[in-house]
Structure formats: structure tokens, C-alpha cells
Design a protein around this ligand. Structure first.
Ligand SMILES: Cc1cc2nc3c(=O)[nH]c(=O)nc-3n(C[C@H](O)[C@H](O)[C@H](O)COP(=O)(O)OP(=O)(O)OC[C@H]3O[C@@H](n4cnc5c(N)ncnc54)[C@H](O)[C@@H]3O)c2cc1C
Length: 1123
């Protein structure tokens, strides 16, 4: 009898009681077989010479999906008992090849409790490594055999297994068995090994360690959790009486296979374990593990430094252990910080906000932390996104065909093979566009919907295959043959500068007299900083359904932040008037600016397909497609010259900013405008000149991203602030304070700062974070520790609110009141998780004086509210909130008569009375932001309605030997006016901060020099994970700061907090400064953003990095470049 209380347990019990049996599944392309005995496995293998074995399919699945590998016969070994054995014997542990990594972890942990500790040093290393190996989902299905046989050069287990002197046992189809050591002869080349074609791996035997043996493994990845290694290593040494008896070193990530450092090991045997050995080994390892500058994987100086750093850590670790009982060498206390693992306690956080006053009626929900109106639906999975919508009966799917060349002429396109695939309906390209194939997502028409002759980036759409479903369409699309004539591409900003490849003439803002400013300066420094691009990485990739409707019209259901642009572009490409095109948006699974324009280009191509086949057509981009075609945040290069007095007062700034726009303009012009408007961040610079250059390159068109150029502009400011502090020998805090704006100051674009609450945020944040006290503690820590360093930094932000294009600062709303008193609210804004609809319901509820339960927002659509601006620029609540208020006030005005007549009656009674009296119960609302507008020619006017302010203090700890870091604590104080919804605003602050953290420390695209994106998936492109959240994270909203310039006295919050994550970057820089000081290097140094582990490690320049000077650029072709 099973209990039905827990259905999962019920099925698990059934599965456990069911004897596995031989299974076979077959379709026209593949056969899948599952033997359940070893002999069955061997027989099946010998019957199918073209078969592929799998266990968890975590490696083979990736090969099939992304590398185009085809395996007609798959044999699953997951249920073969002999391959699932896991037991201890006298010598160690024997692990069946199919045993999952999770099972190994549990088993070894349990074994370590029973066996003497000294025997389990390898086990401990495996358990520790498994913690950093993939995620639970992978570890629960992936087998150890899969890791060994794949033989990836960055496998995490192979270095450990090899250094431990493990043995592999194979079973062959002829009935024989053979065991071999897992030594330097096992891997014979990149993902090749000495296993014979008729063999399967049966088991791996890992020996115990001896009393005098030491074992440790190391892994360095881009992100600590759930990431593949950049390099890894395992070291084993047996030391008796201070002399090395035997040892092994296995290193990953330095060659086509995991590599044993045989030469170095030979040297070590019979030598004393001391400082001399360390120095010799460092030199030998550097030689044995050397990489040419163009080595696959890139980061050559970093990887080589890591190997030495790993060994140095091992050396110190072992020395610490042997000193206790074996006459070992002692090491200085400050050096022990090299061996201390990161100890990351669970995160804790506080949220502080002002509660509404006691006088506010209970029914008035403005200012209260109301739950997001879709929160429960999203948590349960009931919330509907575009691709969740049930397909229409005759719906088809389109898979796009993208350019595989960055810059080329299309010589021929042959879709014939694709068209012959069953289920394929048609091939679509520019010849099927009935309207205009020339498009542009902003003011400039400089793109083609489908490329005609010239392709200007990898990922540009050339055509599409329309088929019965996604699987057929994607398979057939791969069969479209395209021939190109290639030209030299421009990929990086530096390339574009060298070749004068720009999209327009430079933009410039100038104020004061910079010549005089530099003359009045005691010091002038020049510097350069790069701020990398950022992938939007919304959970929902771009998705759209285009449905042909009556009279040649088209309905678009899209994941767009900009339904009106979708409508415009579809009308343009189909040659229709806009009233024939409707774009509807339910909700987005994140947008972050990535769906402001690029999603509308994508929907237009789908609309062309739907128009051709006269049937609904759907598409949802795969993650790799989305990443390699839809653009990112612009990478920036800032070159600056700053003049200042000896006490740190800035006198003059001249800055050139270059952005990598990709192949077309999109929103690049406005993004550079915002960067120029924010080139002051929070500081009064009387003499200033900023010039923005839009670099035209052969990568996908870059686009809006939360902050819209502001973060890049402000990042460069904070960089030179740090330079000024170093140059003057004073604290960064002091430089920031000396230069910070004051109430009534004019910005460099001559906007007067009123209600300037930044200083209050600054003072409150420094106080609540105990900045001064912790600064002293950080310095103390740094004096006591050589290889772990801490840094702390406070950064302010002032973010301008409004679209810089004046006409976009308008909004519409429609309020429909039904006779039961329920209200259907529609406005032009899009809900993308930011809580806009929730806030709008709060505003309507307060204005109408009714419960929020009576108000519903169904969707955003162009046939209810026309000519909308995109949901962007943090401005949606301000704009639509006012438009909604305006519409609600019109309704109230009409209902007032009935409310006055019967004050004790209900809302429903008043509505009914109005209806029977033939009063209109629908109203449109409209709003345009008053008093803004900027003149570029005269540098006058007010581009912004107001500013949102914030300050963050972050403290980090850096591992100087690996470049790893942890954020120990972040405190944020923000002025968001009178928050409409503190729960949503604090969520935005936390989310924005973490997204900014990704931008400034982690996320990085890498491109081949020929313009191919190498980081087009979560495997290579890392966004922050859970353990990247600051260990202590405190967010506080400034109280008593109503903002008279926006709805309900609130302030915009979407974009401003993102930049506060730069406090982590500059805290890291602060920590590196201390490491450099210890290494004997002083002064200003360059650290580009993001502060990846690679950049941090290399900036902590020391005796190890010194062994690997960078090769001269231009003398080799790098494996990758940064755009
Ligand atoms: C998201 C993700 C994260 C990952 N993270 C990591 C990581 O952090 N570190 C790391 O090292 N790896 C990582 N990997 C790689 C992969 O998960 C491991 O290599 C895993 O151990 C493979 O096991 P599997 O059972 O899934 O192999 P499968 O994909 O089933 O098979 C892999 C190969 O092994 C062969 N094979 C399997 N069993 C046998 C056998 N008994 N005899 C002969 N050949 C056999 C197969 O034929 C195939 O060639 C990751 C993979 C993914 C998808």
C-alpha cells in the first residue's frame, strides 16, 4: 500500500520497486537502447558499431544540440548494475562508471566519517570539488565515467583521479577485462583516450592516501558556483622527514588534455620540502605548463599564473600541516591567508522603509508594500507568456537563417534541401517583404529586415524556414546553403577607431573653460578605462506570434517593451496602414532594455512569414540565438584627462567616450547622449568637455540596457575619482565629498539641482554602514594578511529621469468602468516583472477611492492606447501613473453627482446610477511631462524631470592568488521619493544592484577576431548566482522626501540602483591597491570593467604574474577579443 500524501514519493517508490528492463525507442532518425546487464550492454554495443554510450547525457546532449553531432544509436548505461557498484575495499574506493556524482558525494562523505582521516585526503578533495562541479541537476544524473571518457581538458575530476594514481577497468565486447593506470598515457589528444573501440569503462579505483601523504585540488572559474573551470589542478605529495618521497601534479586547462607535470615531479622527488623547492618548482611548472599567446581559450598570462598560484597555495597548506609533526618549514602568519578557503556564511539582509502615516485610510494602498499582482501566478507557473499561449490549429513555426560571417557579400542562397524536408512549408526572405525591407528601430533607417546582398554581422537574419513545428523548422534551417565572399570585419572599439569607422559625427557637451581649468590645476593625469558590454539575459527569450487577420491585417502577440514600434515596423514591412496592425503584450519574462527595439525587428520578420503563408506563425528564440543576434549593452572606452588641485578638487575634465554600437544605429545615439549627461555622476566639474563617438563595427546592433549609457558614463567618472585619490594620497571618500554637488548647483548641462537629497543619502549610508570604523578594520586586516585583501568603497549616484528625446515623454491610459463597478485599466506601459501594473492599480485605486480588487489590467495593446513610448527610461510609473490619474479623475468628475446625492451608497450604486443616467463610464487619460527639454546647440534647458539619488557602501574580500572575490557587505540608501510600493522599489534596488554587480564584476562576452560570439550561452556567459549576493545586504529608503514632480510624490527606480554595484568594483580596486602595495608597486593602475577573476589576479601583480609578461599586441592572433 502506498500513501498518496506525497505524490513524488509515491512515484519514486514505484520506480524503486520496478525491476528495470531492456528498453528500446526508435524513430526515423534515432534508436535509443537501454540494456540492464553488463553482458547485454556489451552485446548491444557489438551489434551497433556506430553507437554512442550515455549515462546522464549531459555531455552528449550538448554535443548534439550545439555541435551538430549525430548519433544514430544511443545506448544508455545508467541501469547496468555492474556499472553502478560503489564500494570500499582494502586499497580505496571502487566507483562504477555509471555512478552519479551526487551518489559519489554522499558515499564519500559517509565513508569519511568511518575511515581514519589521513586515508581520505583524496576523498575530501573529490567531495570539495563536487561542490563546485556544475549544479545539483547535473550532478544528480551525470556519471563519473562520462567525465573520464569525455576527457575534457577542463574536467574537474580528471586532475584529481590522475594525481591520486587511480586505475581504470574496462570490459570489452569479446568478454575480456583490462585495468590500466590513469596516467600520462591515458589521454592521447583533445578528448581522445586509450580506451579501445570495443571497450566500455567499467569502474574507477581511487586509492586511499597514506599517513605522510598530502592531497589538495583547486579550481578557478569565472563564477564560483556552477561554472566550468578556467584552470584546475590536483597535487599529491608524500613527504617523509621533510623530503619528498613521491608526488604527482595534474593540471587542467593548460593543454588539450589534463596534463601531468612529469618533469617537475621528477625534479621534486628526494628534494627537501622548503622555500628553495618552491622557487624551483615555480620555474619548472612555468616552463612545463607554458602557453603560447594565441593558445585556445585565451587568458594565457592568467592561466599560467594560476598554475603557480595553485601550487603556492598547496605548498603553504602542506607546510602548515607538516610543521606540526614532521620538522617541516614554518611560514609567516600573514601568508596563511593564501590557504584559508572562502568561508561564506548565509546571506542576511534588512529592508528599511517608512510606513504610511496613521492618518492614511486602510483602503488607500499607495505607499504600502503590496505584493506584485502576478507574483503568485509567476511562482506557480500559471502566468502566461507568449510561448505559453495555446497554438492555433493551423499555426506554423519559423526558424531563422543567420549570417555566419561578420562582414561578407552573399553570393548564393540555396534552400532546396531544407524545402525537401517533410513538414516544411516555405522559405522566406527579402523577396517576400511586400512593403519596405529597409528598416530602422529608431530614427535612422539603416538596417535590412532580411539581408539582401551584404551581411554586416554574424547573426544577421538572411531568411527563415516555415514548418509545421519548431523541431522541423530548426532542422531544416540548418540545411540552407549560403555562399559568401568574406571581407575583413571590424570587431572592437579600438579597430573602429583605427579605421575611423563611426556611425555619425561626434556628440559633445562643453561647459566652462577647460584650458583655464587645466592651467589652474596642480596635477593633470590621463587615463583610460573600458566598460564591457552586457547580455540582457532575460529569463524569457524573444518570442512572438503573428496572426493574419481579416482585410490583410496582422495581429502580433509579442514579448516587447515597445508595442507601438512593433506595430510601426510590421506596418512598414507589410505595406499596411498602422490601423491594420495590432500589437498585444500580456507580460514579459524580463526586458531590461533588450526588448525595447530588437524584439520588434524580430516580430516584423515573423509577420512577413505569416503574411506569406497566410497562417499564424510563432517563434521563440533559443538562448544561443537570442544571445548572438539581439545585441547587448554597449561596451564603452573612456579616455580622460583630469586636472585637480593637491587637495583633490577637480578643476577640469576632458573625456572622449567611444561606444561599440554594432552594425547599425538602433538607439546608440541616445545612449551616448545619456552617457554624456552622466559624465559628471555626482560631482561639480566647472570646466568640462565630453565627446561621444559611435563606433560602427561588425557585431549585432547593440541596444538599450537598464541605465542606457548612464552606468558606462558614471563608471568612468568613478575611475578617475580613484586616480585622483591615489595621486593626491588622500582617501577616495574625501575626493568624492570635496567634489560632490550641492543644492542649487548647475550641472554641466546647466540644469539646476533642486531637492538635492544625495548628501543625505551619503551621510546616512556612511553612518548606517559604519564606514569609518570598517575602513580602519579593513586596513588592519590587510596589514595582517598578504594573500587575502579587503577593500571598502562608498559610491554615490545621481540618475536623470526622463526620456532625453522630448516627444517620448507622453503617455496615455484608458479606464473602463463596467456596470458592476469593476474597472478595466489599460495604459501604454508593459509589465516585464518590474511591478508597473501593480503600482498602476495602486494609483487608480487611490484616485478612484475603491479597492484594488475591483481593478484589473489585462494586457497592453496598440488598439486600446495608441502611440505609446516604450516602457523604458525608468519613466513608466511617472508617465502612466499620471495618465491613469487623469483618466480616473475624469470618471470621478462624472460620478461625483451621484456620490454627492447618495454619500452613503456604494461605488457600485454610483456607477449604476451614472449608467442609467446615460453617463459615459470610459475615459482616456493623457500626460506629458511639463517643464523639460534640452537644447544641444545652446547647452540649455532641462533634459530631466528630476534625479533619483542613491549611495552604496560595499566591502569585499579578494583572493590575490586566484582573483576570486566575495562581497562581504553592501549597504544602500536611496531616495525614491514617497515610494508607491516599498516592496517593489526595494526589489528593484536589490535586483538592479545584482544586475549591476554582474556588469561590473562578472559578465563578459568574448569574440573571435573574425566576429563570432564565443560566449553564447549560460555555459560560458555567467550572470550572478545566489552566492554572489552580498553576505550582508541592507537596503534603506530615505524617509520624508516627497517628490513633487512625479505621481504620488514618488520617484523612478528601475535604472538608478544598477550603478551602485560599482561600489563593489571600486572596493575590489581598493583591495588590489593593498596587494600591489605589499608586492612593492605603488600608484595609479588600470582595471577595466568587469573586474573578472582574471583581471583581479593580474592586477595583484606579484612574483608569479611577473613570470608571464603579455605578448606584444599585433605579434599574434589572439584566441578572443573583447568588443
Ligand atoms: C550545465 C553543465 C555543467 C557542467 N559542469 C561541469 C563541471 O563543473 N565540471 C566538469 O568537469 N564537467 C562539467 N560538465 C560536463 C559533464 O557534466 C560531465 O563531464 C559529466 O560527468 C558527464 O557525465 P554524463 O553521465 O552526463 O556523460 P554522458 O554525456 O552521458 O557521456 C559522456 C561521454 O562519456 C562516454 N561514456 C559514458 N559512460 C561510459 C562508459 N561506461 N564507457 C565508455 N564511455 C562512456 C559517452 O559515450 C560520452 O562520450 C557540465 C556539463 C553541463 C551540461
Amino acid at each position: 500500500m502506498f500513501t498518496l500524501l506525497n505524490p513524488l514519493l509515491y512515484f519514486q517508490q514505484i520506480l524503486e520497486k520496478t525491476e528495470p528492463e531492456f528498453l528500446q525507442f526508435k524513430n526515423e532518425r534515432q534508436t535509443w537502447l537501454r540494456p540492464v546487464k553488463l553482458q547485454q550492454l556489451l552485446d548491444t554495443k557489438s551489434q551497433h558499431s556506430d553507437s554512442k554510450l550515455i549515462v546522464g547525457n549531459t555531455e552528449v546532449g550538448v554535443e548534439m544540440k550545439f555541435k551538430g553531432m549525430r548519433y544514430p544509436v544511443i545506448i544508455s548505461c545508467s541501469q547496468v548494475p555492474e556499472l553502478n557498484e560503489l564500494h570500499l575495499d582494502d586499497e580505496g574506493v571502487s566507483i562504477g562508471a555509471s555512478v552519479t556524482l551526487s551518489r559519489i558525494e554522499t558515499f564519500l562523505k559517509q565513508s569519511m566519517e568511518k575511515i581514519p582521516e589521513y586515508k581520505c585526503k583524496t576523498f575530501a578533495a573529490i567531495v570539495e570539488m563536487l561542490h563546485w562541479f556544475a549544479g545539483n541537476q547535473i550532478r544528480n544524473v551525470a556519471g563519473i565515467g562520462g567525465n573520464v571518457v569525455t576527457g575534457s581538458p577542463i574536467s574537474d575530476l580528471n586532475p584529481i583521479l590522475m594525481a591520486a594514481k587511480s586505475t581504470l577497468t574496462f570490459a570489452a565486447t569479446d568478454g575480456t577485462f583490462r585495468s590500466i593506470p590513469m596516467d600520462e598515457h591515458f589521454y592521447t589528444g583533445y578528448r581522445k583516450n586509450a580506451m579501445l573501440p570495443n571497450e566500455v569503462l567499467l569502474s574507477i579505483h581511487v586509492p586511499f592516501t597514506r599517513q605522510t601523504e598530502y592531497f589538495k585540488a583547486y579550481k578557478q572559474a569565472h563564477r564560483r558556483d556552477d561554472d566550468i573551470a578556467i584552470a584546475n589542478a590536483a597535487f599529491r605529495v608524500n613527504i617523509e622527514s621533510g623530503v619528498v618521497k613521491d608526488c604527482s601534479m595534474a593540471i587542467g586547462g593548460m593543454a588539450p588534455t589534463t596534463k601531468l607535470a612529469v618533469k617537475t615531479v621528477n625534479f621534486m622527488v628526494k628534494r627537501s620540502w622548503n622555500q628553495f623547492l618552491l622557487e624551483e618548482v615555480s620555474s619548472l611548472l612555468a616552463d612545463e605548463m607554458s602557453l603560447p599567446p594565441d593558445a585556445p581559450g585565451g587568458m594565457v598570462e592568467y592561466r599560467q599564473s594560476l598554475v603557480l598560484s595553485f601550487f603556492f597555495k598547496f605548498y603553504l597548506d602542506v607546510s602548515q600541516q607538516i610543521v606540526e609533526f614532521d620538522n617541516g618549514c614554518s611560514i609567516p602568519v600573514s601568508a596563511t591567508s593564501a590557504t584559508a578557503p572562502f568561508n561564506r556564511p548565509e546571506s542576511k539582509s534588512t529592508h528599511i522603509f517608512q510606513e504610511v502615516s496613521d492618518e492614511q485610510s486602510l483602503g488607500d494602498i499607495v505607499g504600502r508594500p503590496i505584493v506584485h499582482s502576478s507574483a503568485y501566478k509567476q511562482a506557480t507557473g500559471e502566468a502566461v507568456y507568449v510561448d505559453d499561449m495555446v497554438p492555433l490549429e493551423n499555426e506554423l513555426y519559423i526558424a531563422f537563417i543567420y549570417s555566419t560571417k561578420a562582414h561578407a557579400e552573399i553570393k548564393s542562397v540555396d534552400p532546396s534541401k531544407a524545402l525537401s524536408v517533410e513538414g516544411v512549408h516555405t522559405y522566406v526572405d527579402h523577396r517576400d517583404v511586400p512593403g519596405n525591407n529597409d528598416i530602422g528601430s529608431a530614427a535612422m533607417i539603416d538596417e535590412e529586415l532580411f539581408a539582401t546582398k551584404l551581411v554586416r554581422c554574424v547573426g544577421q537574419v538572411i531568411g527563415g524556414i516555415v514548418a509545421d513545428n519548431q523541431d522541423i523548422a530548426q532542422r531544416a534551417a540548418k540545411l540552407v546553403k549560403i555562399e559568401y565572399e568574406e571581407f575583413e570585419p571590424i570587431v572592437t572599439i579600438e579597430d573602429a577607431i583605427a579605421k575611423s569607422s563611426f556611425l555619425s559625427t561626434p556628440q559633445c557637451i562643453e561647459n566652462g573653460n577647460i584650458k583655464e581649468g587645466f592651467r589652474n590645476s596642480d596635477n593633470v593625469i590621463e587615463g583610460e578605462m573600458r566598460v564591457g558590454e552586457q547580455e540582457h539575459f532575460y529569463l524569457e527569450t524573444n518570442a512572438c506570434r503573428a496572426i493574419p487577420v481579416e482585410d490583410g491585417g496582422m495581429e502580433i502577440l509579442s514579448s516587447t517593451q515597445n508595442p507601438s514600434l512593433a506595430q510601426s515596423l510590421v506596418a512598414r514591412v507589410l505595406g499596411l496602414q498602422k490601423h491594420r496592425v495590432t500589437c498585444r503584450v500580456k507580460r514579459l519574462g524580463g526586458g531590461f532594455g533588450g526588448k525595447e527595439t530588437r524584439s520588434d525587428v524580430f516580430s516584423s520578420a515573423i509577420a512577413v512569414a505569416a503574411n506569406k503563408v497566410k497562417r499564424p506563425v510563432r517563434c521563440m528564440l533559443d538562448r544561443d540565438e537570442d544571445m548572438s543576434t539581439t545585441g547587448t549593452r554597449h561596451a564603452f572606452l573612456g579616455r580622460y584627462k583630469v586636472g585637480f588641485t593637491n587637495d583633490g578638487k577637480v578643476q577640469a575634465l576632458e573625456i572622449d567616450m567611444y561606444s561599440n554600437c554594432g552594425y547599425s544605429m538602433d538607439l546608440s545615439f541616445s545612449i551616448m547622449e545619456r552617457a554624456l549627461f552622466h559624465m559628471d555622476n555626482a560631482y561639480k566639474i566647472s570646466n568640462i568637455k565630453g565627446t561621444g563617438y559611435l563606433c560602427k563595427t561588425n557585431i549585432p546592433s547593440n541596444t538599450a540596457f537598464r541605465g542606457f549609457g548612464g552606468p558606462q558614463g558614471m563608471m568612468i567618472v568613478e575611475n578617475w575619482i580613484g586616480d585622483v585619490a591615489i595621486a593626491c594620497g588622500i582617501s577616495q571618500k574625501m575626493v568624492r565629498e570635496i567634489n560632490m554637488y550641492k543644492e542649487g548647483d548647475l550641472t554641466h548641462f546647466n540644469q539646476k539641482l533642486v531637492d538635492f537629497n544625495l548628501k543625505r543619502c551619503w551621510d546616512e549610508c556612511l553612518k548606517s554602514s559604519e564606514y569609518d570604523k570598517r575602513r580602519i578594520e579593513v586596513e588592519k586586516f590587510n596589514k595582517a594578511n598578504r594573500w587575502k585583501k579587503r577593500g571598502i568603497c562608498a559610491v554615490p549616484t545621481k540618475f536623470g529621469i526622463a526620456f532625453t528625446a522630448l516627444f517620448m515623454n507622453q503617455a496615455g491610459a484608458l479606464v473602463l468602468v463596467y456596470t458592476d463597478g469593476s474597472v478595466l485599466l489599460t495604459h501604454g506601459g508593459v509589465e516585464m516583472g518590474q511591478g508597473l501594473h501593480t503600482k498602476m492599480i495602486q494609483v487608480a485605486s487611490q484616485t478612484l477611492g475603491i479597492s484594488s480588487e475591483k481593478i484589473y489590467i489585462n494586457e497592453t495593446s496598440t488598439n486600446t492606447v495608441p502611440n505609446t513610448s516604450p516602457s523604458a527610461a525608468s519613466a513608466s510609473s511617472d508617465l502612466y501613473g499620471m495618465a491613469i490619474k487623469n483618466a480616473c479623475e475624469k470618471i470621478l468628475e462624472r460620478i461625483k453627482t451621484y456620490a454627492i446625492a447618495k454619500p452613503n451608497a456604494s461605488w457600485e450604486d454610483w456607477v449604476k446610477a451614472a449608467y442609467f443616467d446615460r453617463v459615459s463610464l470610459s475615459a482616456t487619460g493623457f500626460y506629458k511631462t511639463p517643464g523639460i527639454g534640452y537644447n544641444w546647440d545652446t547647452n540649455s534647458g532641462s533634459p530631466f524631470n528630476y534625479f533619483t539619488f542613491g549611495v552604496a557602501v560595499s566591502e569585499v574580500e579578494v583572493d590575490c592568488l586566484t582573483g576570486d572575490h566575495v562581497v562581504l557587505r553592501t549597504d544602500i540608501v536611496m531616495d525614491v521619493g514617497d515610494s508607491i510600493n516599498p516592496a517593489i522599489d526595494i526589489g528593484q534596488i536589490e535586483g538592479g544592484f545584482i544586475q549591476g554587480y554582474g556588469l561590473f564584476t562578472l559578465e563578459e562576452h568574448r569574440w573571435s577576431p573574425s566576429g563570432q560570439l564565443l560566449t553564447k550561452g549560460p555555459g560560458f556567459y555567467k550572470i550572478p548566482g545566489f552566492t554572489d549576493i552580498p553576505v550582508e545586504f541592507n537596503v534603506s529608503l530615505l524617509s520624508g522626501v516627497p517628490n513633487k514632480r512625479a505621481v504620488c510624490s514618488s520617484k523612478a527606480i528601475g535604472e538608478p540602483p544598477l550603478f551602485l554595484a560599482s561600489s563593489v568594483f571600486y572596493a575590489i580596486k581598493d583591495a588590489i591597491l593593498s596587494a600591489r602595495h605589499d608586492a612593492g608597486t605603488e600608484g595609479i593602475f588600470r582595471l577595466d570593467s568587469p573586474a573578472t577573476a582574471e583581471r583581479i589576479r593580474m592586477a595583484c601583480a606579484d612574483q608569479f604574474t611577473a613570470k608571464f609578461p603579455s605578448a606584444v599586441p599585433g605579434t599574434f592572433r589572439p584566441f578572443f577579443v573583447r568588443s
